[in-house]
Design a protein around this ligand. Structure first.
Ligand code: NAD
Ligand code: UDP
Ligand code: UDP
Length: 343
């Protein structure tokens, strides 16, 4: 297939001249850390779909086997319960490093663990990449820009991050992970790729992870009011998950280290988001106001010119087109939950 043909550098293997794993047709062996999570499981689907071998490493903190169960009988798929904070030995061509809780509710639950995951977990995966000559992609975040003083955010912006706040375990953790990646690149010649991901939504998000899209969609399906934090005038830019996955693969396959912003530039206030949810899911939906959380960034919108130019990537799915695509998955899971409770 065309995608296979464009995919012939062999990860780190082309430089080292390493032969492909196994015998038979050339196939990449790819590790996806955090592959049982929301983004990771969609990425794994794409990699398996084009014929590669995929090993998922996940400790199931926020990930679920259900996200991958449809692959369990596939001989090219393997799932390892493992915490990336501990070292691991594997032979692979590429590493997509996603392991890290992404929702504020989850990453604040045990902040020290979040830092260990970002720092020690990333160090271990970079050590692995160095040892076997694999290409390494880090999923960093728009949170490295903090509460940004530049708008929209370009990759050249260094950010406005509180080092001692409630979000710091995540923001500073990811900033350190980026630093580690660049130091392994410069110091040990590891081929690294850095993606700065902006707010992403879609099927398989945790139902109760507290993120705004999953909250509003689940609340509307349950006929509860949507909880708008603060005055609802803060903005975010929401990207549908398949656009992100395409961007991650394009980044891995290209020659540029990055960092690259991967996000949808369509910017919405939380009140506007609530309007869209109401339009596409239930016209009788209502909102209620709640106090906002600490250090909440006031606005966020990616400048994606760099990814457009160098990766030939841009998102295709608008919020109005993407939201309906997650509704049936959410409805089914909410229904199962209710049945489980005997409701
Ligand atoms: P998620 O919480 O659904 O997935 C994270 C996965 O990592 C889960 O399966 C979890 O069990 C696993 N994990 C966490 N700690 C681990 C550890 N110590 N060892 C092994 N596995 C561990 O989150 P997601 O939305 O899929 O995010 C994936 C990546 O993308 C994260 O690195 C996140 O920081 C980044 N990101 C996501 C968004 C977004 O909007 N979804 C935005 C910016 C960045
Ligand atoms: N590491 C790993 N798997 C490997 C190679 C290394 O988990 O295949 C870990 C290793 O245990 C160490 C980290 O990655 O904690 C960094 O490894 P590196 O070789 O860069 O540094 P060093 O071991 O010299 O500190
Ligand atoms: N938010 C909201 N209602 C909710 C959950 C979040 O209004 O039920 C707001 C939150 O205050 C923030 C924005 O939505 O301004 C995005 O929050 P989220 O946790 O989804 O992502 P992040 O803050 O990491 O961008």
């Amino acid at each position: 297939s065309p995608s296979r043909m464009s995919f012939n550098y062999g990860g780190g293997g082309s430089k080292t001249g390493r032969v492909p794993v196994g015998i038979g047709p050339r196939r990449l062996r790819i590790v996806v850390t955090g592959g049982a999570g929301f983004v990771g499981s969609h990425l794994v689907d794409k990699l398996i779909g084009r014929g590669d071998e995929v090993i998922v490493i996940d400790n199931f903190f926020t990930g679920r086997k259900e996200n991958l169960v449809h692959l369990f009988s596939n001989p090219r798929f393997e799932l390892i319960r493992h915490d990336v904070v501990e070292p691991i030995l594997l032979e692979v061509d590429q590493i997509y490093h996603l392991a890290c809780p992404a929702s504020p509710v989850h990453y604040k639950y045990n902040p020290v663990k979040t830092i260990k995951t970002n720092v020690m977990g990333t160090l271990n995966m970079l050590g692995l990449a160095k040892r076997v000559g694999a290409r390494f992609l880090l999923t960093s975040t728009s949170e490295v820009y903090g509460d940004p003083l530049e708008h929209p955010q370009k990759e050249t912006y260094w950010g406005n991050v509180n080092p001692i706040g409630e979000r710091s375990c995540y923001d500073e953790g990811k900033r350190t992970a980026e630093t580690l990646a660049m130091d392994y690149h410069r110091g040990a010649g590891v081929e690294v790729r850095i993606a700065r991901i902006f707010n992403t939504y879609g099927p398989r998000m945790c139902l109760d992870d507290g993120r705004v899209v999953s909250n509003f969609v689940a609340q509307t399906i349950r006929k509860h009011p949507m909880t708008v934090y603060g005055d609802g005038k803060q903005t975010r830019s929401f990207q549908y998950v398949s656009d992100l996955v395409d961007g991650l693969v394009a980044l891995m396959e290209n020659d540029h280290v990055g960092p690259f912003n991967l996000g949808n530039p369509g910017e919405f206030t939380m009140l506007e988001l609530a309007e869209v949810v109401k339009e596409v899911i239930d016209s009788s939906a209502t909102i209620e106001f709640r106090p906002n959380t600490a250090d909440d960034p006031h606005k966020r919108k990616p400048d994606i010119s760099k990814a457009k130019e160098l990766l030939n990537w841009e998102p295709k799915i608008s919020l109005r087109d993407g939201l309906p695509r997650m509704v049936s998955d959410f409805r089914n899971r909410i229904l199962n939950e209710d049945e489980g409770k005997g409701l």
